[in-house]
Design a protein around this ligand. Structure first.
Ligand SMILES: [Zn+2]
Length: 220
């Protein structure tokens, strides 16, 4: 399976490679180099051109896109209703951009379309890193705290807990990220259970691996 990555930083990309490998239980071939966007809304803005490039010029089967939720609306079960779309939910937005972009593209390189695996880290990817180390950090804790008007932690606090500094160098960020995701690479179930925004990415990836007939019949 050939997987491309679109992320917000080189550290995120390093971590995502391990997380994707953990979900698939085998390391896919990653399309190099990974694609980078400068945070939100740049990710959604560059996504159509990244999809078109991968579709026509590479053998990518799936594109993994992962972003931080920051203060946006958290994707929930209500958003999964057919035809539903929440304009302030990044999961809904990224899925919609993929859907709208791919439906206009003709088949290319033996496949009908590039599949997508979208993840949203609530509120930031550092929360995923802390999963299994800090039981207070879960997507539900963030959603419930916001509903009560009392956030359980800030994004800055999460970064401090992961990096032990508020200004990590890129090398330090990558070291810390890789150290933490090692837990999830061996077994991603806890991360999927506590972070539905990661579970959605994992489900997309497995669906892409166990692909429905995305590939066109080969002529004999
Ligand atoms: Zn949503």
């Amino acid at each position: 399976m050939n997987v491309a990555l679109l992320s917000e930083s080189p550290a995120d990309e390093a971590a995502l490679r391990e997380l994707v490998t953990g979900v698939l239980r085998v390391r896919p071939r990653f399309i190099a180099p990974g694609f980078r966007a400068r945070g939100w809304p740049n990710v959604a803005q560059v996504l159509p051109s990244v999809i078109r490039h991968l579709h026509f010029n590479t053998d990518a089967d799936a594109l993994v896109v992962a972003v931080d939720a920051d203060d946006s609306v958290v994707h929930g079960a209500a958003h999964e209703r057919p035809g539903y779309f929440h304009p302030h939910c990044r999961m809904c937005q990224l899925r919609a951009v993929h859907r709208q972009t791919t439906k206009k593209l003709p088949p290319a390189r033996g496949r009908e379309r590039l599949l997508r695996a979208v993840g949203v880290a609530v509120p930031a990817i550092e929360a995923w890193y802390l999963c299994g180390r800090d039981p207070a950090v879960t997507e539900a804790a963030w959603v419930e705290g916001n509903a009560r008007g009392a956030r359980p932690y800030s994004r800055a606090e999460l970064k401090q807990r992961v990096y032990a500094t508020d200004r990590p160098s890129l090398a330090h960020e990558i070291d810390c990220a890789l150290r933490e995701v090692e837990r999830h690479r061996a077994d991603s179930r806890r991360l999927e259970h506590e972070f539905p925004g990661f579970a959605a990415l994992a489900a997309d990836l497995r669906a892409a691996r166990d692909r429905p007939p995305n590939f066109l019949p080969q002529p004999l």
